[in-house]
Design a protein around this ligand. Structure first.
Ligand SMILES: Nc1ncnc2c1ncn2[C@@H]1O[C@H](COP(=O)(O)OP(=O)(O)O)[C@@H](O)[C@H]1O
Ligand SMILES: [Mg+2]
Length: 244
């Protein structure tokens, strides 16, 4: 199912260009995108505060300027930790121009590759996310579509919400990653989530499953998934809760 453009989930504008044989990407930041993503994030934050009866200042709604700063700072931190990201060539007050990574988006990679290969990559991503967290940072939007695989190397894209992180914000990485795997075939989904947690070094918690449920209730409104993916999402979520 492909929804008409006007009612699709608003994202940033991504333009692929080529000049003098060099490919690059210009990302122009939408002001609407964080309103949608952060409605979800701030609902989760609200529930977290209510259930713990604590109000820490984790409300987050970065401006376009801040999101561009996050993209730059995220690259610095990740490259310091030895992880790959597309290099930025220039930026202005509403766009960044970066190297184009000519690989396969992780969401497509998971759909098409054998289970063994998907497990290997997912375990490496779990380990990478753990290293980022142990350094005091989080990505916030850790969905598999924000990674590219090229020559067996993992690249992080979409660092606009990269931030110095609280425990709740670190949990958002685990929740968004696992929730983004729920549209895969059941066997693949189970393998990807298990491998991620093996790499991260921690099993799924009850709280994380509750936030994955919240994310999955709202995700269909993005109109990004076809009917089979939505059916997988519901079945995989059911199994995740049942097996806990
Ligand atoms: N440097 C890049 N190289 C290759 N593909 C990219 C690059 N940057 C973005 N993309 C593609 O564009 C998509 C959207 O980019 P992203 O930074 O995630 O923006 P959004 O905030 O709209 O999700 C990515 O999922 C990826 O497929
Ligand atoms: Mg993205």
């Amino acid at each position: 199912m492909v929804a008409p453009k006007a009612i699709q989930w608003q994202t940033n504008k991504i333009k692929f260009e080529e000049k003098d044989g060099k490919k690059f990407v210009i990302k122009s930041f939408s002001t609407v995108k964080p309103a949608l993503i952060f409605a979800l994030y701030n609902i989760a934050y609200f529930l977290n505060s209510t259930s713990k009866l604590a109000l820490k200042n984790e409300y987050y709604f970065p401006s376009v300027k801040k999101r561009i700063e996050n993209e730059i700072r995220g690259r610095k931190v990740l490259s310091y930790l030895g992880f790959k990201t597309p290099r930025i060539y220039w930026y202005d007050e509403k766009s960044i121009c970066m190297e184009s990574v000519d690989g396969e988006k992780l969401s497509d990679f998971y759909r098409t590759k054998e289970i063994k290969i998907t497990e290997e990559i997912s375990k490496r991503i779990g380990w990478r996310v753990r290293k980022i967290h142990d350094s005091g940072f989080a990505l916030i939007d850790c969905r598999n579509e924000n990674y590219v695989i090229k020559n067996n190397e993992i690249y992080n894209l979409d660092l606009e919400f990269f931030t110095k992180a609280s425990e709740f914000q670190k949990m958002c990485d685990i929740v968004t990653y696992d929730a983004s795997a729920l549209n895969l075939k059941p066997e693949k989904c189970k393998a990807v989530i298990k491998a991620f947690h093996d790499g991260y070094g921690k099993n799924l918690t009850r709280d994380e499953i509750i936030y994955i449920m919240l994310f999955s209730l709202i995700f269909p409104f993005s109109l990004k998934e076809n009917f089979i993916e939505l059916a997988n999402r519901n079945f995989n979520l059911y199994m995740l809760v049942k097996d806990f």
